[in-house]
Design a protein around this ligand. Structure first.
Ligand code: GTR
Length: 422
């Protein structure tokens, strides 16, 4: 008897959790999305100028206050140092540079940007730029990349720093360095742990404490979580790109897979210097509409990753209709710049359809700005990319990952939007 009770008690929360996750399209609740072209006071936005001067800042502020959190301005004392440079990388096809960005005056906090630039170039090159999960040395089997100091949640009271946790080149299937170089693009990346390690430690170990006011011990409810901190770090790399004459800082595409896809979209929304954004399988808190509650939900993401968003976002767990924004407005913040949204059909956790619909519902803003957004309202078939407008989309066959198929599409899209100015 006792055993049965215990069993039921154990099963109950599991059943509850299982119930919460919906993968049935017919069970997606009906919802009304906030209209990106209606001001919070009900006024319609009818001109470019109204969008740029009024509605865009309003939406940006709503996302900062309720979703990602406000980040500080760039520090005035930011310093860069080229740590290494080799012109004979990747079979002499590329120049590899490693650049330290010191995020504090005393140089205690630095992030290292790893950059590959095609040697076959006539001037400054366009660049794909994004965070990596496991360290710079994992993106390519190149013996000379400095191993990142990998920082992860300590196990059993152990150390946060885990030397040699990941092998050189371990993530190379996700980073087609040679393909990008051959197509005339540079590639740059930063290990996200250099900015803020990806676990909940009460915001002590990343860059947040560098900006606390006297007596402050954690971000305020409307201040940056980890995703906004990563985005802030990507902007500091952009500060460097603007100083590097081999890089065309006006043609940088910020990209990311999954949590880094969420970050890429937010980075491009906040920092208009990024010319293009690519979101791969970014899901909840990325391109997927929160109100659909399909796959990962706001409640789920806030409990699994309490450090990713600002504290205010927790109010919307299982309360999505109260959110003053939804993720199509995040895409709209990038307008009129090109944005590519990629999904994978088996990645139901990320809600491929919800990712697609963000593009559909951001389109009105692109059109107001006199460019095409996503020119279709029905989801394209699997492996049939849509890239006629400034919002590109594909749903690839297969599961949650970023692979060479995805990259081929990103490059085609960049060829359309970045190369013409190249
Ligand atoms: C999952 C998370 C997703 C996505 C993914 C990833 O566990 O629930 O939101 O970000 O991780 O980053 O791979």
């Amino acid at each position: 008897m006792k055993k049965t009770l215990l069993y039921l008690l154990l099963l109950f929360p599991i059943a509850l959790l299982a119930q919460e996750i919906n993968y049935d399209e017919t069970k997606v609740p009906s919802y009304t999305l906030p209209n990106p072209l209606i001001m919070e006071d009900g006024t319609k936005v009818t001109s470019k100028q109204e969008w740029i001067e009024k509605r865009r800042p309003e939406i940006l502020d709503l996302f900062e206050t309720h979703v990602y959190g406000k980040a500080p301005a760039s520090p005035k004392d930011i310093q860069f140092e080229v740590l290494s440079e080799n012109r004979y990388a990747i079979n002499n096809m590329a120049t590899r540079k490693e650049v330290a960005v010191y995020l504090s005056e005393d140089k205690t906090h630095k992030m290292t940007i790893l950059i590959y630039l095609p040697n076959k170039r006539t001037g400054a090159v366009p660049l794909f730029f994004g965070l990596n999960f496991k360290g710079n040395h994992t993106i390519c089997d190149d013996a000379e990349i400095t191993e990142s100091i990998t920082r992860m949640k300590p196990r059993d009271g152990g150390d946060e720093i885990r030397p040699h946790a990941f092998k050189r080149g371990a993530a190379s299937s996700r980073w087609p360095v040679e393909m990008l170089i051959a197509k005339g693009y540079g590639l740059a990346t930063v290990y996200r742990g250099d900015i803020d390690p990806d676990y909940d430690d009460g915001f002590q170990n990343g860059i947040h404490p560098l900006f606390y006011n006297e007596g402050q011990t954690k971000p305020r409810p409307d201040e940056w979580g980890t995703l906004a901190a990563w985005a802030w770090g990507l902007s500091r790399a952009m500060d460097y790109f603007e100083t590097d004459e081999d890089i065309d800082a006006g043609k940088v595409a910020v990209f990311g897979h999954s949590r880094h896809g969420k970050t890429a979209l937010w980075t491009a929304a906040v920092d208009t210097r990024f010319a293009m954004a690519v979101s791969n399988d970014s899901g909840c808190g990325g391109a997927a509409l929160s109100r659909r509650r399909y796959g990962e939900t706001v409640g789920k993401i806030n409990s699994l990753f309490p450090h990713w968003f600002c504290e205010n976002f927790k109010q919307y767990s299982n309360n999505e209709d109260a959110l003053p924004v939804d993720q199509h407005q995040l895409v709209a913040l990038i307008a009129p710049r090109p944005v590519y949204i990629a999904s994978a059909i088996d990645d139901r956790w990320a809600d491929p359809k919800g990712e697609f619909l963000s593009g559909v519902h951001a389109t009105a803003v692109y059109e107001l700005l006199e460019v095409a957004g996503l020119p279709v309202e029905e989801m394209p078939a699997v492996d049939q990319p849509e890239m006629r407008g400034n919002i590109g989309y594909h749903v690839r066959s297969g599961d949650h990952d970023i692979n060479s198929y995805d990259w081929e599409q990103f490059i085609k899209f960049a060829d359309i939007h970045l190369k013409d100015k190249y």
